[in-house]
Design a protein around this ligand. Sequence first.
Ligand SMILES: Nc1ncnc2c1ncn2[C@@H]1O[C@H](COP(=O)(O)OP(=O)(O)OP(=O)(O)O)[C@@H](O)[C@H]1O
Ligand SMILES: [Mg+2]
Length: 281
Amino acid sequence: MSVQPILEVTDLAVDHGSGRRRKRAVDHVSFTIAAGTTLGLVGESGSGKTTTGMAILGMLPIAGGSVLFDGRDITGMRRSERRALGSERQVIFQDPYSSLDPSKTIGYTLAEPCRIVPRERRLSTAEIADRSAMLLRRVGLSDDAARRYPAQFSGGQRQRIAIARALMLSPRLIVCDEPVSALDLSVQAEVLNLLLELQRDLGLSLLFISHDLSVVRHVSHTIAVLQGGQIVEQGPAQQVYEHPQNDYTRTLLAAAPVPDPREQRLRREERQRSRTMERTQ
Ligand SMILES: Nc1ncnc2c1ncn2[C@@H]1O[C@H](COP(=O)(O)OP(=O)(O)OP(=O)(O)O)[C@@H](O)[C@H]1O
Ligand SMILES: [Mg+2]
């Protein structure tokens, strides 16, 4: 039995810049995501992962190829149709420190996606508050979090809030762009487990973007490897990990962090240092 794909990307091309500065960032990219599964999209910095994710979300124009969401072509859609589809696709970004507006309460931030919904399907203020409280509990926070501000939460808690926000409109596909890369290792595992649990309970489909193959391995059913804007290898996760066909994939695998506690501690300290420096700049 074949499962109807939630996403079918064929020969996708995406450009950045305009005029003479126009540059093709992604080319001939094709993959599908079966409903309820995760595709891990890996590749080094600049390989085109975020560009691919943004194009799929309709946040960047497509220069060639097609993107079918649940069988519907999003490329030629009018703005109103795209808007209606918007609620079915959501995104979680890497940086939990900048993805939440520091001047707004968590409750306000969670209600935000509800404002783009067409008027006739819009929830009342009370319904939004109920749903926010339910989702905050679902991601492991207490519902009084709605009254607080981002600064009162840790990085891991902020990523939980970003997940709750992504779930507000019951999406079917979530693009997770390096969702745990900025977090400490122990917190990474917690957030990844939460995503897995939510996927199981809600039947979510995920495009999981990461440069870190050890992270992708735990969450992905299939894997696509991007290099210089093109897919150089893809297949079932186990196959790609255990029998990589491509030299670039082998290089990436060799560079993936080893589960060595000392090495992990050093990396964690390095991350904490760079975060502290960012905050004091
Ligand atoms: N707004 C932009 N304007 C011009 N070029 C861009 C823009 N965003 C990305 N690019 C270029 O497109 C290519 C792909 O970038 P992209 O951000 O998709 O890579 P990535 O795989 O997500 O990298 P990273 O792991 O660093 O997030 C790179 O060459 C990048 O320099
Ligand atoms: Mg990126």
